[in-house]
Write a protein that binds this ligand. Structure first.
Ligand code: GLU
Length: 304
């Protein structure tokens, strides 16, 4: 039996005393207000035992981690139709890059880069009656936690500065790959990214991806094939242009966000989330990546 608590305590101690913490994202001004010294880690195993260390219950902006949840919701609503509008290849480019989108005629490389996630937002806007409320309810259902909310200050801050996302959405529209108007879709997208969650809440939400589509309450949300597809996308596209490095160092499917969160999972075994707001030059949490490398090294478990 692996002593997860002891491993997490050791990781949290070494991360919280680390001097090199990376750089907090400030292109969304509201994100820059977070304290750089924060570090949290939470792990839930398949039997729903919970282990945590540091600031694991503190809420932070999950940003791009939300793209996995919106994708899961869209897949359960419209199924394979999605792949007519979004590809499934790693981009090797930063999350907000636009040149490939033009080069490939408005079909985003994958649903986890911004352009792809904006198409997924468009699908949700078309298929949900009250998109923002319904998506929040979906997250409440996955986590069994109705205290989770959008951070409206973060959503507003991104709306005021999201010029590249406006460019991406307009480009998608010009190629006929956005059915709703740009404002409506981006309003949804900015809210989705602003979800404020803790490491502990994130592991509850992502439990379905390590448990064959079934949440902690025993309800099935995804088919086994859909869960396979989402984990494959996380592994190949979940870390901007550093997905190879994450697979190399950590060896788990996962997703990061510019708020400094990372969620990763070992199918059938555990789901883990880390939070440290300082990012490395590729936009992934510096200490979060180091913590997960230490976890898979100490446990001698990964998907490989
Ligand atoms: N809302 C952010 C953006 O679109 C998400 C970035 C991220 O976490 O990768 O710029």
């Amino acid at each position: 039996m692996i002593d997860y608590q002891n491993i997490l305590d050791t990781i949290a101690l070494s991360c919280s005393t680390s001097k090199e913490k990376g750089k907090i994202a400030n292109y969304i001004p509201e994100l820059a207000k977070v304290e750089s010294s924060k570090f949290g880690i939470h792990l839930v195993d398949s039997a729903m035992n919970n282990f945590s260390a540091g600031d694991a219950d503190e809420h932070f902006s999950i940003q791009s981690i939300s793209k996995v949840l919106s994708l899961a919701h869209a897949m359960s609503l419209v199924g394979e139709e999605i792949w007519k509008r979004v590809d499934v290849e790693p981009s090797g480019d930063p999350f907000n890059h636009l040149s490939l989108l033009e080069f490939e005629n408005g079909i985003p490389r994958n649903p986890l880069i911004n352009a792809g996630a904006i198409v997924i937002s468009d699908i949700l806007v078309s298929n949900l009656e009250n998109p923002k409320t319904d998506f929040l309810n979906y997250v409440h259902m996955l986590t069994n936690d109705s205290s989770i909310v959008y951070d409206l200050d973060v959503a507003k801050s991104e709306k005021e500065t999201g010029f590249r996302n406006y460019a991406a959405a307009n480009l998608l529209k010009s190629y006929g790959n956005l059915n709703n108007d740009v404002e409506t879709v981006l309003d949804f997208y900015f809210h989705q990214c602003s979800l404020a969650m803790s490491c502990a809440q994130l592991t509850k939400a992502f439990y379905i991806f390590m448990n064959k589509g079934v949440c902690q309450q025993g309800k099935t949300h995804l088919t086994i094939q859909q869960e396979k597809r989402i984990n494959a996308l996380m592994l190949t596209c979940g870390f901007y242009d550093e997905a190879g490095e994450f697979a190399f160092e950590v060896g788990l499917p996962g997703k990061s966000g510019v708020g400094g969160g990372i969620v990763a999972l070992l199918p059938g075994k555990y789901c883990v989330a880390t939070w440290s707001p300082g990012l490395n030059p590729k936009g992934n949490s510096k200490l979060g990546m180091e913590a997960l490398e230490k976890l898979t090294t100490a446990t001698e478990q990964s998907i490989f």
